[in-house]
Design a protein around this ligand. Structure first.
Ligand code: A2R
Length: 315
């Protein structure tokens, strides 16, 4: 099985590539020309998905059986700061990938990675949210991923393309960028432990409730869906349980060896924050038998260890 992972040098991509290699896939990975990639066993190619011609050339060269499309501007906060770039990469870039696949002689299966953010504001009776729920995206990132999903469905129907779509809820794990809240908490806690920061951990909205899954569970779902998911269908990927950011912070503080005070930083508050996101994960369980397995405490513990290693090795 030859798999192409577009955006494979990112946080999720790096885990996915390693997982696919252990499953025996022949892995080809694309990264941005500016990115570093340390992915032993994979063939690595530079690709900017905004360059449509380059996407066509690459697909023709790799001739994959499976394509995992992960390349994206993946940050909600960045999407507020740079909506144009988010729309370009997540909508125009994804359409370039679909167009190139559509024109490729060989029929490949594609997994399009979307987000639980697509649902946006949920009514109490809609929680946990099912795949058929109305989409009310509440930020630019969410709107672009909803758009990608709609275009994916249209291409699957109109051109008979073999497309499986996912809406991944928040995923976390070692090696995640600290532009994301939980990685930021772990990094701040470890800097405080190391005596490199004053003992104040700065946070944004602690009330929001999110559905967190370990990235290692997420990539297991992607590999299974690519194999067994139904074409033209969308699957929620999450734990099925929302927890408040305050509860996650509590786990971080419990796992830290330092005495830490928490302060709200106005700059970390977002213009619009959806109060609750929780996935209904019955469809993915019924269709492919996947559910998340790694406990939140374990994930946070591994993230703390990751930051201890990073910070100790740089000091
Ligand atoms: O922005 P960079 O240099 O970190 O590169 C990111 C890459 N990327 C692109 N690749 C090709 N052409 C572009 N125009 C382009 N713009 C960005 O996509 C990065 O290597 C990758 C996305 O990885 P992360 O930002 O680490 O996201 P993560 O958490 O791995 O999420 C994977 C997927 C995304 O579609 C998210 O929206 C979704 O899962 O949650």
């Amino acid at each position: 099985m030859r798999s192409l992972i577009i955006g494979g040098a990112g946080f999720v991509g790096s885990y996915l590539v390693r997982h696919l290699i252990t499953l025996g896939h022949e892995a080809a990975v694309t990264k941005m020309p500016t990115e570093e990639a340390d992915l032993a066993g994979a063939a690595i190619y530079d690709l900017d998905i905004l360059d449509k011609e380059a996407v066509v050339v690459l697909l023709d060269k790799v001739k994959p059986d499976l394509v995992f499309h992960l390349a994206a501007q993946s940050s909600v906060s960045m999407s507020w700061r740079n909506p144009q770039q988010t729309i370009d990469v997540n909508v125009r870039g994804s359409t370039n990938v679909l167009d190139a696949l559509c024109s490729m002689g060989k029929k490949a299966r594609i997994l399009l990675v979307g987000s639980g953010e697509e649902y946006g504001q949920l009514l109490p009776e809609e929680i946990p949210v099912r795949e058929t729920n109305l989409l009310r995206p509440a930020n630019i990132y969410a709107a672009t991923k909803a758009c990608q999903n709609m275009i994916g469905r249209i291409y699957a129907k109109a051109y008979g393309m073999d497309i499986v779509m996912v809406r991944a809820f928040n995923h976390i794990g070692p090696n995640q960028s600290p532009i994301f809240a939980i990685a930021d908490f772990c990094r701040q806690a470890v800097l405080i432990e190391a005596g490199m920061e004053e003992p104040i951990l700065r946070v944004g909205n602690l009330e929001a409730r999110r559905d967190f899954t370990d990235v290692r569970d997420v990539v297991r779902a992607y590999a299974l869906l690519a194999e067994q998911g139904q074409a033209g269908e969308t699957y929620n990927i999450g734990s099925g349980h929302a927890v408040s950011i305050a509860d996650v912070l509590r786990i971080v503080l419990e796992q830290s060896t330092a005495m830490i005070r928490v302060e709200v930083d106005e700059k970390k508050l977002r213009p619009v924050d959806v109060p609750v996101m929780e996935a209904n994960v019955c469809k993915v369980w019924n269709d492919i038998g996947w559910k998340s397995e790694i406990r939140l405490e374990q994930t946070i513990g591994d993230m703390m260890e990751y930051w201890r290693k990073m910070i100790n090795s740089s000091s």
